[in-house]
Design a protein around this ligand. Sequence first.
Ligand code: ADP
Ligand code: MG
Length: 297
Amino acid sequence: ATMPPLLAAIANAGRHGVLVKSAVVMEQLGATTQVAIDKTGTLTRGTPHLAAIKVLEDAPFTRDEVLVIAASAEHPSEHPLAAAVVSAARTAGLALLPVQAFTATAGLGVTATVDGRQVQIGAPAAFLIGSANRDQAARSAIAELQETGATAVVVLVDGDPVAVLGIVDQLRAEAAAAVKQLTQLTGKPPVLLTGDNAATAGEVASAVGITDIHAELLPDGKVAAVRDLQAAGERVTVVGDGINDAPALAAAQAGIAMGRAGSDLTLQTADAVVVRDDLTTIPAVIALSRRARRVVT
Ligand code: ADP
Ligand code: MG
């Protein structure tokens, strides 16, 4: 028997490096009218490095002490930002301290007890609540780092901000080409859904040709953005890599996970997984689906 067109398309997608989990998904992909895409680990490589440590004035720690505390607290996290902090400490030859009571909150950051002190690291909007005396200094350090396109995360010890870290991730080499192809396929650029701040998101968006930016979103905020697009009549395909993207992948008509850096939960939730680490496989698979659909109908 000849293979049904959608199954042939799945096999073809596999050759392109995308694992499409069912014929229904293969068909849905071709109906995409709007792509919504994550930033960190999706448009960017997801292998960021720690580019700056700004210890706040009067903070009772040296640069190395801040790095040890931050890396220790981040060590249990699977987030790419955490990996950047840990590898900076390793490169500096610093030994990590034991950690207790680690918790990670998707889209926000981590908390842990390091050496008896309560450490919080993450998004300025979440952790810089304005009561501590070093908040103003932290805000200027954050603004300075964000102007350079870095993701700024704040480090608090026992509730007081002590330092701001600047973490930089490179754009994927193929990101602009993939965005251009997706724009041609759907007639409009993808929208950016990110947990990062608007300044850093804007840098990345303008470099790849995206104009619609939704920043500082928690996982639920990504879902709400998808539902808004759906309510406006769009058939949405979401592309993401993180645990913070999983609910949005589930809410979309089609959810695609980036396989290399993707978290386990995200790979399971996704309808399709990019196995060859290349964003241009996504427009390729949407085009394959459209061709198969034309044969079917
Ligand atoms: P994106 O949507 O761009 O992939 P995330 O939702 O994963 O980003 O993270 C959003 C923000 O939450 C980050 O920019 C950072 O400020 C903060 N954050 C999340 N996890 C961590 C972590 N492990 N360490 C430090 N900051 C974190
Ligand atoms: Mg991400």
